[in-house]
Design a protein around this ligand. Structure first.
Ligand code: FES
Length: 162
């Protein structure tokens, strides 16, 4: 029998929000690596609102599990309208939003999302760059395709849609 959390995760991944690369993003963060197979990349775009720079949109791509995808879906909605400082102040357990608290063995799924968020929003010392193009920051699958050329790397094959 499905637990409440399993039902919520299933509902979230049936209609995940904010999936995909974000052309013109202002920041991007990636965590994980192709060696272990769990990766998450998060794009963030800001807008000015009443003199504050707030997150207009965040999107993600993931090779994590269903929980990571569900948390990324929740988190990208949750951080909308927040400043980078406010988003960075969110704790791991808050990023799972309506999923509620995750069991200990699933916390690292949310930490994957948190890591990508921190990588994207970490304060930078260099001046802000121009908005990112998808050519400059490829999709996660394109990154993995580039990685698979390295000896000993995972090989990624996307299956055709049924
Ligand atoms: Fe590893 Fe969820 S990201 S089990």
């Amino acid at each position: 029998m499905e637990t409440d959390l399993e039902q919520k995760i299933r509902a979230a991944i049936a209609d995940p929000q904010n999936v995909g690369a974000l052309e013109g993003a202002d920041a991007v963060g990636t965590v994980g690596n192709s060696d272990c197979g769990e990766m998450l990349r998060l794009w963030v775009k800001f807008r000015e609102e009443h003199g504050r720079k707030v997150i207009d949109r965040a999107t993600f791509q993931s090779f994590g599990c269903e929980t990571a995808i569900a948390v990324a879906s929740m988190a990208t909605e949750l951080i909308r309208g927040k400043t980078a400082t406010e988003a960075l102040a969110l704790r791991t357990e808050e990023l799972s939003g309506a999923l509620g608290p995750l069991p200990p063995m699933k916390i690292h799924c949310a930490q994957l999302v948190e890591g990508a968020l921190r990588a994207a929003l970490a304060p930078r010392t260099e001046p802000a760059a121009a908005p990112l193009t998808l050519a400059a920051v490829p999709s996660l699958s394109d990154s993995l395709r580039q990685d698979e050329l390295k000896p000993g790397s995972l090989r990624v094959r996307l299956l055709p849609k049924p």
